[in-house]
Write a protein that binds this ligand. Structure first.
Ligand SMILES: Nc1ncnc2c1ncn2[C@@H]1O[C@H](COP(=O)(O)OP(=O)(O)OP(=O)(O)O)[C@@H](O)[C@H]1O
Ligand SMILES: [Mg+2]
Length: 464
């Protein structure tokens, strides 16, 4: 691993403005990044070290310095770029009132055109044709572990616009497991890895005293309380193996997929874990003809009333068939409120933890045909990440929970999972338990005989 903390004196740096246009000073890994000219550079580190701000600032400075250059801000999906990178880009990198941000709204934005003719385009690897038919000088990929190596290599072939003296694929990421292709690529020397640390972020560690700021102390304490593989990765920036996780069969490269259109006739299910201080999780599942479950949407929010969430969820279901079943946490009042505001009946989940875990693990297992029986859509969350959860470095969607969902170390081996950041995990378990062979008969009130299925003759309700 290259841990290059030294300022590289041999390559001329991108000149940071002396004026107050960009009140940004890079430290540590971010400063190294500014001067790096390697064709592939990865800024890797724990949560909140200033990686994205550094990469976007470099892209901005390059666009200003080299008239006519073409840059790209990319992530695995176009949706996720708008939600994350473009927020930092527009709020923290582009100076306030700059004409670059005039015109199209963030979500619809295709390109930022600079007064000097430089252009910075925006793209997702989920709709790559446009990206792949253009040539660039510098491409910034946010959260690069989400990409496949094919995505990455395809981007490298687009770097030939030649308006800058060097072309660069610039990326940032939180670490994943040590066998990840991106880590291997760095170990092989094909990509230069620059470590980013909390000390590089002056809002976390005061650069003059070297001590954590009050805000930094609070943030680091939150990272200290993370569980599973999330802690070494997000607190310490290590490419760490997940140990003691409940679902060791979860593999984001297999189970996490880009959204696809869901045919109207697929059966829908809702799985709900109520919460107010903790997140309220409402998962929208579709079951395909082969019985495979797809989490195509979810609400994952704190601090909202059930009736407001019900309205929000219903609005998202416009034109969709209603759910065949709604499995819920047991809170009677919340269930009644949800029923009143959605007009859909709910049922109390079978909360048997071990049996439920077995069902989920069984669905995650890869079968002989190479496929599991459960997929989670990337960007399934139907709204921006909950800012309270972001600030607390807690999971912001069900997919985030898998790597931190661990067996409780205070109990006998694999007796029970730790009850922490497990709200999507609970809802998931409720549904898989509900759909298991031995559970359907009991919870739906018929003896597992498909002809006696009480739902069979009901025309599916369509939300309008
Ligand atoms: N050099 C700096 N000067 C001033 N503020 C900074 C600096 N670096 C980081 N910050 C602050 O820290 C915040 C977090 O930075 P950023 O989003 O770039 O972190 P990150 O490492 O990409 O986080 P994540 O791991 O969650 O993606 C920034 O929005 C900014 O407010
Ligand atoms: Mg970031």
């Amino acid at each position: 691993m290259t841990d290059d903390r030294e300022r590289d004196a041999t390559t001329p740096s991108l000149q940071l403005p002396q004026s107050a246009t960009l009140p940004y000073q890079p430290f540590g890994g971010a400063a190294v990044l500014m001067t790096a000219r390697d064709p592939e550079v990865l800024l890797s580190g724990p949560a909140g070290t200033g990686k994205s701000l550094a990469c976007l600032t470099k892209l901005y400075l390059a666009a200003m310095k080299y008239p006519g250059m073409r840059g790209l801000i990319a992530r695995k999906t176009r949706e996720s770029v708008s939600e994350s990178a473009l927020v930092t880009w527009e709020q923290k990198v582009i100076p306030p009132g700059h004409p670059l941000t005039a015109g199209a709204k963030r979500r619809a934005r295709q390109v930022y055109t600079f007064p000097n003719g430089s252009e910075v385009a925006v793209g997702g690897l989920d709709s790559a044709q446009k990206v792949m038919s253009t040539e660039f000088d510098m491409v910034y990929v946010q959260e690069a572990i989400e990409l496949t190596e094919d995505d990455w290599e395809a981007l490298t072939t687009r770097l030939r616009n030649a308006r800058m003296p060097y072309q660069q694929l610039l990326a940032d990421t939180n670490p994943s497991h040590p066998r990840h292709w991106l880590k291997r690529r760095c170990d092989d020397g094909r990509t230069r890895l620059i470590e980013s640390r909390h000390e590089d972020n002056p809002s976390i560690v005061n650069p003059r005293t070297g001590r954590a700021t009050p805000q930094g102390e609070a943030y680091l304490a939150k990272l200290d309380s993370l569980t599973g593989a999330r802690k070494p990765r997000l607190r310490h920036g290590r490419w760490a193996q997940a140990e003691g996780v409940v679902y060791d069969g979860w593999d984001a490269t297999v189970h996490l997929v880009n959204a696809r259109p869901i045919p109207h006739h697929w059966t829908r299910y809702w799985a709900i874990d109520f919460g107010f201080t903790n997140p309220f999780v409402w998962q929208f599942w579709a079951e395909d003809e082969d019985g495979i479950l797809h989490l195509y949407r979810e609400i994952y929010r704190t601090g909202r009333l059930v009736e407001d969430l019900a309205r929000e969820g219903l609005a998202m279901c416009d034109g969709e068939p209603g759910p065949r079943a709604v499995v819920c946490d047991h809170d009677a009042e919340d269930r009644a409120t949800l029923e009143r505001h959605t007009g859909v009946l709910t049922e109390a989940a079978d909360k048997g933890v071990r049996a439920g875990i077995q069902e989920v693990a069984g669905r995650l297992a890869i079968r002989g045909n190479g496929r599991p029986r459960l997929y989670v859509n990337r960007d399934a969350r139907g709204h921006p990440a909950d800012p309270v959860l972001v600030a607390a470095a807690r999971p912001t969607c069900t997919a985030d929970e898998f790597d931190g969902y661990v067996w409780d170390p205070g109990r006998a081996s694999r007796e029970a999972p730790l009850k922490k950041d497990d709200h999507g995990m609970d809802a998931l378990r409720y549904l898989c338990r509900k759909l298991s062979d031995d559970s359907i008969g009991r919870s739906a009130g018929y003896a597992g005989d498909p002809d006696a299925d009480p739902f069979a003759d009901l025309p599916p309700r369509v939300f309008r």
